[in-house]
Write a protein that binds this ligand. Structure first.
Ligand SMILES: Nc1ncnc2c1ncn2[C@@H]1O[C@H](COP(=O)(O)OP(=O)(O)OP(=O)(O)O)[C@@H](O)[C@H]1O
Ligand SMILES: Nc1ncnc2c1ncn2[C@@H]1O[C@H](COP(=O)(O)OP(=O)(O)OP(=O)(O)O)[C@@H](O)[C@H]1O
Ligand SMILES: [Mg+2]
Ligand SMILES: [Mg+2]
Lengths: 460, 460
């Protein structure tokens, strides 16, 4: 009597597009812009150049819009285009290296939303620099999670030119999404100062967010897991992929921050023979090894070459340019790790000057250089700020004109939602945010005390 | 240079277990209880009886717990057990009928969490009443989204006896999750007064939540989509499944609240020939039909037989039993629809008496009889309450001892998270919540005004 059915992942995210962040036409309009811009930014970073992104809206009447996003990033190979855009859970970002994309969903969901609201196909045109561009007209077979190629062309382009153009039609609400879209582009420009963004709205108005620098950050490199916090599943996968033949080599080759000496100490803790072949571990031994890895507390801090923090100088510049505060202090915490993933927290506190007094501390949140504009109250950074007793820093959140900037970068940002709106309350991350905020708050306190002292001298 | 990879849906939810609601050991402990209890409650409802659920925790040392959930619901057929529990996106609840389960994920995620934290297999034992129970020991092949059967037995049981037992071992934190777990069971007892729940905690303490009534609600029946708000994808699927040969029959047979007269009016609006075969519709005609369905505003209200609201009387009893307020008013709104899905909002307002004055209105949220205990500030009900000017009802949220209960039931609850923590801001739903709250608030205002008048008479 009960009917047991399997559905595809695209069918799941279609039925539950609220889960994917597309819960109403206003939010969907914002999501389409941010998902396509984030793909373009990732592509420009992979190209290792100070990229250029062009976003154009055209109104088609009765709530229907066409949006085009063009970037000069690395492009997509011709035979990968249909699956990259027409299939969910298909991605080039399932690697241990910082990127904005992480789920293998966002771009495809934006295109899917267009398809279900207007029944129009979407277009992707891209070149990886071989002198040809592939131009596809595509739809998504939602029930089976595969692309439908309606048309394909090959176009000659200058050799070496790389770019990607994505065009779709959807039903949305630009007027009510406009504020958030422009705020998103503005905050993106702060946190990625080496990128040019040009935005054309449905009325033809042009907004330019010019690059503030041509200096690129170090490109993040693919990394291995950090041993701190890994689970049994990760260990099993590493064992199934390893070419090593004994446990010491397995541990020191499979993980970062793990030399042979440390490996021997961990194996001793787990009471495992260092010469044993990892594939011969029994289930009980696997669990003992995981427990030993979790409880060993002397691992070197993670290698941060897989990460691309903003940097104290660049973050400070961005805050000053945006808010013109009387005082600013920026702190980059040392690399840390949670559940095998390296992460770095960067915090900035701005006070006075152009910082508005809004009745509460203004919180700007970023993750892997993505501005997070929704659901602040559910975010780990907000919870940390709420728990701090600000009076010890001579700050009254209700009256002090103060803004806090929090940027977290990691090989995996623990978003609580597919729409990447807010970050889960991980103890390791909460701790680093708190330490960063307190360090900035101490500097703010010194500044405030000096200011009070100066005013008293003046008053005498 | 870029490596394009596909991952399975179980791999996706394993890598992103924060998205699934399992973001730390405390939250995971709560989620495991609620996911298994919700499965048990759905099974008891499908059995059409006043069910019994037994939840037992046993501490195994160093943060490891074993949990067992036993229910006397409809059970799972022997050959379906491995996939129902060992595969994500596999469910008996992908139908248009109210149930707690909706994603095809929850139970499997709980079992997956146990597997990745302890490497232990899990056990399922169930009978559908044919005199035999199937008992499986299972694991999940996460990379391929399929069950691994480690052991299977058939056990003789009394014919007609139906039950399901799920047992798993996981690493969690019962002490810090205890408060939320007990609150969840208590609120479940309020909103499902016909169910018996017995809970044994790791120390052996027994908590009993006895049924308050044997009177069962009407069992919800499978329904068709309501025509209001359907999208192109739904229409295409209905067309691919229909046996009708002309558009009038197609519309009136495929949708609820759509008679032949209404179908003819809608087709006229879409300028489509009523005799046309639905399979012969062109893309442009499909879009015209969807637009006509969306803009036609005279559809009958949905048929609520696919829903199972609590009912004004039962909800009021539950509120009175829980809070012993001085005043209570409960309103069940008429059925409405969003995006093709019928829904009913039920609101209760309680004032004074045992209602605590906490400095803000206390909000109790329920969806399809599931208590929602997290992230209230992101929920649509909270946003509605924040927007109301309470002074017109002689209420000061900061000082009036007042609680608001909101229950939404639907064939699809628009949760914004896989963890079912809060509900998306859908305009149709927000509107019904507001109308329900205002109706209760007006009754409260009359009561408060009478109370003030009486006090003045007494004072003279
Ligand atoms: N503008 C682009 N330039 C180059 N590659 C792109 C572009 N847009 C998409 N892609 C490719 O398509 C893949 C899928 O994109 P999609 O946005 O669906 O997922 P994702 O970016 O990997 O993850 P997320 O869901 O977190 O955004 C990307 O991994 C990337 O390889
Ligand atoms: N106690 C139970 N009794 C009967 N059937 C069950 C029980 N637990 C699970 N099932 C079956 O297993 C299926 C999968 O359960 P699972 O919790 O993974 O998903 P769901 O309940 O369908 O959706 P959700 O993810 O929203 O909980 C259910 O649809 C149901 O058919
Ligand atoms: Mg993306
Ligand atoms: Mg379930």
């Amino acid at each position: 009597r009960e009917e047991y059915v399997e559905i595809s992942p695209s069918d799941f995210f279609y039925r539950n597009k609220d889960i994917a962040g597309f819960d109403n036409p206003v939010r969907a309009t914002y999501m389409i812009v941010r998902e396509l811009v984030e793909n373009a930014l990732d592509a420009c970073d992979r190209a290792g150049r100070a990229g250029n992104i062009y976003v154009a809206f055209r109104g088609k009447g009765s709530g229907v819009f066409q949006v085009e996003v063009l970037d000069d990033g690395i492009g997509v190979p011709e035979d990968e285009i249909p699956k990259a855009f027409g299939k969910v859970l298909y991605s080039s970002k399932y690697v241990l290296r910082q990127s904005r994309g992480t789920f293998g969903l966002g771009g495809t969901m934006a295109l899917l939303y267009g398809q279900i609201t207007t029944h129009e196909p979407f277009e992707v045109c891209s070149s990886i620099g071989d002198g040809y561009a592939a131009r596809y007209r595509l739809r998504i077979d939602i029930q089976n999670n595969k692309p439908i190629v309606e048309r394909k062309q090959r176009i000659k382009v200058p050799p070496g030119a790389t770019f990607t153009l994505v065009k779709l039609t959807f039903e949305g609400n630009y007027e009510r999404a406009k504020g958030k879209i422009l705020e998103y582009l503005k905050q993106t420009a702060i946190i990625t100062p080496y990128i040019n963004i040009v935005f054309r709205d449905p009325k033809g108005a042009i907004y330019v967010f010019p690059r503030a620098t041509t200096k690129l950050p170090e490109e993040p490199k693919e990394s291995k897991y950090h041993p701190y916090g890994v689970d049994v599943e990760v260990l099993k996968r590493l064992i199934s992929e390893t070419k090593t033949r004994n446990l010491v080599s397995f541990l020191s080759k499979s993980f970062q921050s793990m030399g042979r000496q440390t490996a021997i100490k961990v194996l001793k803790k787990a009471r495992l023979d260092p010469e044993k072949n990892p594939r011969k571990l029994t289930d009980r031994e696997l669990v003992k090894l995981v427990r030993a890895l979790r409880s060993y507390d002397k691992f070197r801090a993670p290698d941060a070459s897989c990460l691309s923090p903003v940097g104290e100088e660049a973050l400070e510049k961005g805050i000053v340019k945006e808010l013109r505060p009387e005082f600013v202090k920026v702190v980059q915490r040392p690399p840390s790790a949670y559940e095998g993933h390296p992460f770095i927290v960067e915090v900035g506190v701005a006070y006075g000057g152009g910082v508005p007094a809004t009745g509460d501390i203004v919180l700007y949140r970023f993750a892997n250089r993505i501005p997070l504009l929704y659901d602040a109250a559910s975010d780990v950074a907000y919870k940390v700020i709420r728990k701090i007793d600000w009076s010890t820093y001579y700050v009254d959140p209700a009256r002090t004109p103060m803004a806090v900037f929090v940027h977290i970068c990691s090989t995996k940002i623990p978003f609580k939602t597919v729409g990447k709106e807010f970050i889960a309350d991980k103890p390791e991350i909460a701790r680093e945010i708190e330490l960063g905020i307190r360090e900035c708050a101490r500097a703010l306190r010194s500044y405030i005390l000096k200011k009070i002292a100066k005013q008293r001298i003046v008053e005498r």
